[in-house]
Design a protein around this ligand. Structure first.
Ligand code: ADP
Length: 484
């Protein structure tokens, strides 16, 4: 057994701070540095989008260029590199595919990301890096494990490359007409590949390819890993995931503990720590003033910072707000999304003086909400991991969550017999059950301040760092390379 560091090529269609539309961007922006701290060598590969800010572009160093075989043609591919926080980021350059105004939503997304997946696989022989693990994320990189096995397997350089595929959200699978299979992927004449990629008449599914070909499948929480094996959560992939359950596991995401820190956050009214929560009272009073609420420490203030969608449980919120607001609980919701939810929140804002709807995207206000509230509501229908509940806990704001996915794995429900917990939870997707738990939480707030504070301290001192996740990923990689 040697002590060689494992080489990980981490392929992602987005990575903060270069290009980000959601949680995947956060993961690819934070996890690789933590993986390096945990003892791996990491290179991150991302498309070189036209939207990457100039300040990064001018620091990129050109590494090489070559042509990528794509069906019956060859496409140009340049590789540029930039080091950020000690991690090497390699940008895949092809202006025809990536020099556009946004990351996704083009008619040829299937072709663009098939190219990206092939370019990543091809790159392994052009970069000066020993790849032990090719770690792909979501449908945009899902074809890389397929290409690796079908086209590169026989070459010595690729012989020992193991593939890991992480599902960040199974709702998006990359489904395209089967023309892409012959024209772009060059896989139509390989019966085994074609069979595994098809998901219906004339339709291929990129994610299905990764689920069939990868050596390990992970998702971003252990509970979501179990849930997606059931039809309700599996988005038609549950059968394959049940078949491959022995290689499927869940690793909870972390949050950026430096950026989200009530001790140093510059956007909040006062800083505070778990040892001295006085500043949180000031944050609450400032938020109540800002929202036009009565400034009262003895009234519970509950917040939400969320996309206003069905996934986030907005149907339950609509249903239960009358009950909650008529009990005097103050509620603030910050979010944008489906018009029906935006409108109903505006209605409650109009009807109740203790309700504030802020229909906008505002990072600073989100910080004032995380810091100023007593409770944070997240009643999701499904939740692969969820970051907001972890951020809320970091700020001593107790989450009230539905027991699904990462919410179940990150929030320890209050046990009134032992006093333990970091928040409150309910099991069924039911508005009355949710309202009941909100009122039970308010009851602890009103009648048991000592217990409340204990929960806050426990929540604030729980470890949600990327270090914990990175160690688990390293363990997984090591399992694939016992010789290293
Ligand atoms: P998802 O990625 O499914 O939307 P997460 O809980 O994983 O949900 O992450 C949501 C992130 O986006 C959190 O950091 C949250 O603070 C932020 N966010 C969501 N909506 C808003 C908003 N309207 N204004 C500011 N930040 C928001």
């Amino acid at each position: 057994m040697s002590n060689r560091k494992l080489g990980v090529v981490f392929a992602s269609s987005e990575a903060a701070p270069f290009a980000k539309t959601g949680g995947l961007g956060d993961v690819a922006g934070s996890l690789p540095a933590a993986l390096q701290d945990a003892g791996c060598e990491v290179v991150v590969m991302v498309p070189k989008y036209g939207t990457i800010p100039e300040r990064f572009r001018e620091k990129m160093v050109h590494l090489c260029d070559f042509y990528v075989p794509l069906g019956w043609r060859s496409e140009y591919c340049g590789l540029d590199m930039l080091e950020e926080r000690g991690v090497r980021y390699i940008f895949v350059d092809n202006e025809r595919y990536f020099k556009r105004d946004q990351l996704y939503s083009y008619f040829d997304d299937g072709e663009r990301f098939a190219f990206f997946s092939k370019a990543v696989t091809e790159s392994l022989q052009h970069i000066d890096f020993h790849c032990d693990i090719l770690h792909c994320n979501d449908w945009q990189t899902a074809l890389a494990p397929v290409f690796l096995r079908e086209f590169y397997q026989g070459m010595p350089l690729y012989e020992n490359v193991k593939t890991v595929f992480t599902i960040h959200n199974i709702a998006f699978q990359g489904q395209y007409g089967d023309k892409v299979l012959s024209d772009v992927c060059g896989l139509a004449h390989i019966p085994n590949a074609a069979r595994q990629l098809y998901c219906g008449p004339q339709t291929v599914n990129f994610m299905k390819g990764a689920l069939c070909y990868s050596d390990r499948i992970t998702t971003v929480s252990p509970t979501y890993a179990r849930e997606i094996q059931m039809p309700f959560y599996g988005e038609h992939m549950d059968g394959i995931l049940r078949d491959r359950s022995s290689i499927l596991s869940g690793i909870l995401n972390g949050i950026d503990m430096v950026s989200w820190d009530p001790r140093t956050d510059q956007s909040v009214a006062a800083n505070y720590t778990a040892a001295d929560l006085n500043g949180k009272k000031e944050c609450k009073a400032a938020l109540q003033r800002e929202l036009g609420f009565e400034v009262r420490d003895d009234v519970p203030l509950m917040g939400m910072v969320t996309r206003l969608t069905k996934q986030k449980g907005m149907d339950l919120v609509q249903y239960a707000l009358d009950t909650v607001l008529s009990r005097g609980i103050q509620v603030v919701v910050l979010g944008t999304g489906d018009t029906c939810y935006e409108d109903s929140l505006r209605y409650f804002d109009w009807k109740y003086p203790n309700m504030a709807a802020r229909i906008m995207f505002d990072s600073d206000l989100s910080r004032r909400i995380y810091a100023g509230c007593d409770m944070f509501l997240m009643p999701s229908l499904f939740e692969p991991c969820g970051l907001s509940q972890m951020i809320a806990m970091r700020y001593g704001t107790l989450p009230i969550v539905r027991e699904t996915g990462g919410l179940k794995d990150s929030v320890q429900p209050y046990n009134r017999f032992t006093g333990e917990g970091t928040g409150f939870s309910f099991a069924n997707f039911n508005g009355d059950e949710m309202a009941g738990v909100i009122l039970a939480a308010a009851d602890v707030f009103w009648n048991n301040p000592v217990e409340w504070k204990k929960l806050q301290v426990h929540a604030m001192t729980t470890d949600f760092s990327w270090r914990r996740s990175a160690e688990e990923y390293c363990g997984l990689y090591q399992g694939l390379h016992p010789e290293a």
